[in-house]
Design a protein around this ligand. Structure first.
Ligand code: BES
Ligand code: ZN
Length: 626
């Protein structure tokens, strides 16, 4: 039986059973998750004019794409869409508008529907496409929340999640990280609500029901973001602040008080912050991720509000994406480690300065344990940092590999070259590729030119390629360790064996990470009485710390500790972040007895979850069923 089933690993299994066979002319630099051909034509600017209709659960209006034709012969301009209704399309050149033909192609289950627009050759190289369209209530990017799913319970809310391939479900566009666009938007909402975007939000904007945004820095489409709700603002520092519902504002200001310090520290380490302000938007529990690095405004799960700032590494992570990801972007999702691995590395570096090295070592050990579990589940050829990727689910094909193996790769380089040299290398990398995209191969070439090519380089190209293209963890990896967590694991074993009493474990000064490690290291044959004793002593079933809850309820499900099943059901109702719930469902469905219960609990909670989380859980339940 699995010690812990990782939900992302299950996605890979689901993705592998797909019927598309990989093409033999596989091109690692090509984005296989878009229908658009960015060698033929590219978008440079987007202007949105949208009405937010809560009753119909639709965004309705216009998207104007300013495009440039690179291949003068191409008349078939292909856009990505998903569940969009297109009313009309016009080509505009020099102010004169002419309606053009368009046609939808065949729908792909994960990638949506290509939209073919015929743009005559004679309109020239530069033209605007004015598209009148509306979203569907099922838009995979958007979650329309009725008031009862918000903290305040009085106003509706809607928010987007575009990464990886969901921007196309609320805007018709070339949905690929390979190109960057600037954007502007006019958003009309019910008057009492505030609209926010990954753009120049004004903390003092009057609530008029009409909001204008401008994003002068070019971004890839997955960073387009919108949220509309009863949001209020509080400053965290000079350039930082937090938006959320008024009910969560005080708690958010307390929890995220170190954000300004993180920003200042990040600039010292990685170079100037190129985006103006850095604000947080704390969303309802159904936000499917821990955080999403939408530029200038990270979207954040409220499950970080533990009351003790113990989960704020997610903020350090999203902030770090302002460099790795938003400033320098992975060319395709296959190069996702350049976004997520580098960001995880920088997250740890930031946390070390703002908090302390001991805490970060604990976080590294927990991350490493999850990586080892994932490596057990993932096929060897998918364990490369940059695997062949033309047929997977871009929402989660890599599990922790991009994150944790990527982080360990960069830590290995840091150890080999020394911190000072490596920091300089990273800052140089961000300047060199600022507002551009990078493939794994370009990164390796840059590394070669700056570091590996030195006469005294302690690292060879073959060594780095074993990280990027090989399975598992190279022997050169620097394995994280933490004396605190080692001690917690030892105590777990001693207590389980009856050598010590639970009261002898002096947990008062323990970090939540140490408690998590203790729980994860309990032996398989622990009795129900002991689980009950631990639950009562540490108040696990009612914990306010979402990560402790996740850890506990995975154990509860794997061990079939039925006295805590009501609390487990409550956990699945309370949170909608995929990481917190999908592995609990998977553990329940995979324990050999509770498949039907897992399906029943999912049925009860499903209407609260975001469409992206629903898709994860459906595939993990599907994979776990015999
Ligand atoms: N960019 C990711 C979220 C994401 C990844 C969305 C892939 C869609 C496809 C975000 O920065 C992230 O990594 N979130 C993590 C935070 C954690 C690793 C600190 C999360 O949500 O758990
Ligand atoms: Zn990330």
């Amino acid at each position: 039986m699995h010690r812990s089933i990782q939900f992302l690993a299950l996605l890979i299994l689901a993705a592998c059973s797909s019927d598309r066979t990989p093409a033999d002319d596989y091109d690692p630099a090509r984005d296989y998750f878009t229908f658009a051909d960015t060698r033929a034509v590219v978008t440079e600017h987007l202007a949105l004019d949208l009405e937010v209709d809560f009753a119909a659960e639709e965004l309705r209006g216009y998207a104007m794409l300013s495009m440039r034709r690179l291949d003068p012969q191409v008349t078939d301009v292909v856009l990505d869409t998903r569940d969009l209704t297109v009313r009309s399309i016009a080509v505009i050149v020099d102010g004169s508008s002419e309606s053009v033909d368009f046609e939808f192609g065949e729908t792909h289950p994960r990638l949506g529907t290509p939209l073919h627009v015929t743009v005559p050759v004679d309109v020239g190289d530069r033209f605007d496409l004015m598209i009148e369209y509306a979203t569907a209530p099922e838009s995979t990017a958007l979650q329309w929340l009725p008031p009862e799913l918000t903290a305040g319970g009085k106003h509706p809310m809607v928010f987007s999640q575009s990464q990886a391939v969901h921007a196309r479900s609320w805007i018709p566009l070339q949905d690929t990280p390979a190109i960057r666009i600037t954007y502007e938007a006019r958003i009309r909402t019910p008057e009492s609500l505030l609209a926010l975007m990954s753009a120049d939000n004004d903390p003092l904007a009057p609530r008029t029901g009409e909001y204008r945004f401008d994003m002068p820095q070019p971004i890839p489409s997955y960073l387009l973001a919108l949220a509309v709700g009863n949001f209020y603002f509080a400053p965290l520092g000079e350039d930082t602040g937090v938006y959320t519902e008024p009910e969560l504002l005080d708690a958010s200001v307390y929890e995220f008080a170190d954000t300004q310090a993180m920003l200042e520290q990040a600039e010292k380490m990685f170079g100037p912050y190129d985006w103006g302000r850095y604000d947080l938007l704390i969303l309802p529990p159904s936000f499917p991720y821990g955080g999403m690095e939408n530029p200038r405004l990270s979207f954040i799960t409220p499950s970080l509000l533990a009351g003790d700032r113990s989960l704020v590494s997610v903020i350090a992570h999203e902030l770090a994406h302002s460099w790795s990801g938003n400033l320098v972007t992975n060319a395709t999702w296959r190069d996702g480690w350049l976004n997520e691995g580098m960001t995880s590395y920088m997250e740890s570096r930031l946390m070390e300065v703002i908090y302390d090295a001991g805490r970060v070592d604990e976080e590294r050990v927990l991350m490493y344990r999850e990586l080892l579990l994932d490596l057990e589940e993932v096929r060897p050829e998918m364990q490369a940092l940059a695997p062949r990727l033309d047929d997977a689910d871009p929402d989660g094909f890599q599990g922790t590999i991009h994150y944790s193996k990527g982080q360990l790769f960069l830590e290995y380089l840091e150890h080999a070259f020394g911190r000072e040299v490596f920091d300089e290398f990273l800052a140089g990398y961000f300047r060199e590729f600022a507002f551009g995209t990078v493939t794994t191969e370009q990164f390796l070439d840059y590394l070669d030119a700056r570091l590996l090519g030195r006469e005294d380089s302690p690292v060879t190209r073959a060594e780095v390629e074993s990280w990027t293209y090989g399975p598992g963890l190279p022997a050169t990896a620097v394995i994280p360790s933490s004396a605190n967590l080692d001690r917690a694991a030892e105590l777990a074993v001693s207590w389980a064996a009856g050598d010590i009493e639970l009261g002898d474990v002096s947990v008062a000064g323990w970090s939540p990470h140490a408690r998590i490690h203790f729980i994860n290291n309990l032996p398989a044959d622990l009795s129900a009485a002991q689980l009950g004793e631990l639950d009562a002593a540490w108040n696990l079933s009612d914990t306010r710390n979402a990560e402790i809850g996740r850890t506990w309820f995975i154990q509860v499900a794997e061990r079939r500790y039925t006295p805590a099943y009501d609390a487990l059901a409550a956990h699945l109702q309370r949170y909608g972040r995929g990481r917190l719930i999908a592995p609990v469902y998977a553990a329940l469905a995979g324990n050999g007895h509770d498949g039907a219960l897992a399906a029943e609990l999912f049925g009860q909670a499903k209407s609260k979850y975001h469409p992206i989380a629903v898709a994860w859980i459906e595939s993990s339940l599907h994979a776990a069923s015999p």
